[in-house]
Design a protein around this ligand. Sequence first.
Ligand code: NAP
Length: 242
Amino acid sequence: MSDHPVALVTGGARGIGEACSRALAKDGFRVAIHHRSSGDAAARLADELPDARTFQADLSVPEDIDTLIASLKEEVGRVDVLVNNAGVNRNAPTPSMKLEDYDFVAALSRGTWYLTKLVLRRFMLRQKSGRIINISSVVGHMGNRGQSPYTMAKAGLDALTKSLALELANREILVNSVAPGFIETDMTGELPEEARQGILERVPLGRMGSTDEVADVVSYLATRGSYIHGTVIHVNGGLFPG
Ligand code: NAP
């Protein structure tokens, strides 16, 4: 096992997470590619990236997170960068949204908090350094029709960034959010064409962003950005603040 620093990317096998895994590998990190159901994609990616490993866990299940932390300890020994990228959405107008939909979205938020807490306790506080990068969303700031649980979760994630930044300021652990706008991934691929056109009309740059354009900022925060702490960096083609 090399002694290169380790970056854990949740949901690191596809979409924005995959781009982050690739960018951080290029930066010299051993990437711990976390996935829930994309085991094959994670294994293919790990074959391409030097010293990368895959880790399976459903982050809405606390016991899975306990097991993930134990496996990280055993297989890679440290976590220097945590990218909290995994996210889920449910679309429906609030009056017809089901309680199960809210719980589905909120369970992953709880898991993100619990994973972060354990990464801090078991790794970063002992190592006396670390970087935490939370992938939130522009809609946590602007709101979005039909996504009330998701917008709550993403606004909450930015609040977690700010609280942790205050708690960890004297521990050499930097915490920031990256808030993407509309990015070409499976998540936005599900949008009906009409909704897609509506979005593009609102984006000053007139196009969706790429996963690499988000990963570039994550890479910057993971490797440089030494005076950036407790903030939200927007990557949205000018959509917000407009
Ligand atoms: P995506 O393609 O839908 O991928 C979602 C990721 O989350 C997958 O890697 C998935 O892992 C993981 N995941 C979902 N539920 C999980 C669970 N219970 N436990 C563990 N992992 C779970 O998403 P994306 O578009 O790349 O988005 C990545 C992040 O950026 C999300 O947090 C999303 O909210 C945020 N974001 C996206 C956009 C956009 O336009 N795409 C805009 C703003 C913010 P498996 O595939 O292994 O199941």
